[in-house]
Each structure stands twice: as C-alpha cells, then as structure tokens.
Design a protein around this ligand. Structure first.
Ligand SMILES: Cc1cc2nc3c(=O)[nH]c(=O)nc-3n(C[C@H](O)[C@H](O)[C@H](O)COP(=O)(O)O)c2cc1C
Length: 184
C-alpha cells in the first residue's frame, strides 16, 4: 500500500449508522480480526476477544435496549429503536482482559482500542462500515448475562455494528496546528 493509499483509507473511514441489509460473509470478518490482533500490546498480553454474536443473542440485546429506551423515553421512542437496531446486519462484541492490576487493565484497554481501530480500517478497506458503540445497554447487568460475559475478568470495550454502508456520514477534525504543542 502506498503512503497515499494508507492516508486515504484512514481519512475516509467513517462511523456508519445506516447499513444495507446484506450480511458480511464470515471470512471477511475473520480476515479483519486477523489484522486487528496485530495491534501493539504491552507485555504481549493479547487482551482482546472478539465475540461473534448470532441472531438469538442479538435479539435479546435488541429487546433489552428497547426496554431501557422505553423506561427512559417512552414506548414510541423504544419502537423506533427496536426497528433501527433490528435492521443492523452484523454484531460483534469486543472485550478486554481485566484483573487486579489497574495499570495493566489500562494498558490492555488501550491495546484493545488499537485493535478495534485496526479492525475498523481492515473492514473499511473491504468496503464494510462499522460503528463502535458504548451505549447504556452495554453496562447493564443483563447484558453480561446475555452475552455470557464474566465482568470480573473482562471489560466491554464496545459493541460493534458492521455491514455495507447505506450512507457514509461526513466528519471533521480540528486543524493540526490546534492539536500540536511544542516543547523545548
Ligand atoms: C470508545 C468509543 C465509543 C463510541 N460510542 C458511541 C456510541 O455509543 N454511540 C454512537 O453513536 N457513536 C459512538 N462512537 C462513535 C463516535 O461517535 C464517532 O467515532 C465520532 O462521531 C466520529 O465519527 P467518525 O468515526 O466517522 O470519524 C464511539 C466511538 C468510540 C471511539
């Protein structure tokens, strides 16, 4: 890949909210996960896990989220959410190892975040969009039960939606001069 192509891949990637209905084949997702795991990770802990969520698990998450939205915002908002979430073609949960050492947890979380960006870019390179979500539902105790997660030993880093984009949003960044600070 040329430097320009890498720049274009990084710059053009967007968080996708609206997906076309056709699913992404498992091989393509696994190819992206294979690349994701080449992220840097201190002490080579490889803290990441990629949980591929099937229709039963997804349906239970959608129902849990619908009930949370109903409690907070009412039935109408919940119905809209249910419809929107039910239309998402691909679901992947990413978790990171958790233990007693807070510094290790922090570094492992950082490494897993690097892996998520690798994943996102690898998918984008194949025309597949992704959305990284950390909404309320991911912190609900019932969520851990649904996905079979022991929260004493793993943290949710994000629930990833993926699929072919129906729409690619526009995003922007601050000018580089605003984010660079020099030190003598
Ligand atoms: C750790 C993390 C958590 C995120 N959680 C959410 C979320 O819960 N809901 C959401 O709409 N977007 C979420 N996003 C996506 C961001 O909103 C998105 O990256 C941002 O709007 C910039 O858009 P871009 O990715 O297209 O550049 C999350 C992103 C990150 C890195």
């Amino acid at each position: 890949m040329t430097p320009d192509a890498l720049g274009e891949l990084i710059r053009s990637r967007r968080t996708v909210n609206d997906f076309r209905p056709e699913p992404v084949v498992a091989e393509l997702l696994l190819e992206a996960i294979e690349l994701a795991r080449w992220a840097p990770n201190h002490k080579h802990t490889e803290p990441w896990r990629f949980h591929l969520l099937g229709p039963e698990t997804v349906a239970a998450i959608v129902e849990l989220n619908t009930s949370l939205v109903a409690e907070k915002k009412g039935a109408e908002a919940a119905a809209v959410k249910r419809q929107r979430w039910s239309a998402v073609p691909g679901w992947l949960l990413v978790t990171s190892a958790r233990g007693d050492d807070e510094l290790r947890n922090r570094e492992d979380y950082a490494a897993t975040c690097c892996a998520v960006q690798n994943l996102s870019l690898a998918l984008w390179n194949r025309g597949v969009g992704m959305k990284w979500t950390t909404g309320d539902v991911t912190r609900h105790p019932r969520f851990a039960e649904i996905v079979g997660l022991d929260i004493d030993v793993r943290d949710v880093v994000g629930l990833m939606w993926y699929g072919y984009p129906a729409k690619v949003p526009v995003s922007k960044r601050k000018p580089v001069e605003e984010i660079v600070e020099e030190r003598p």
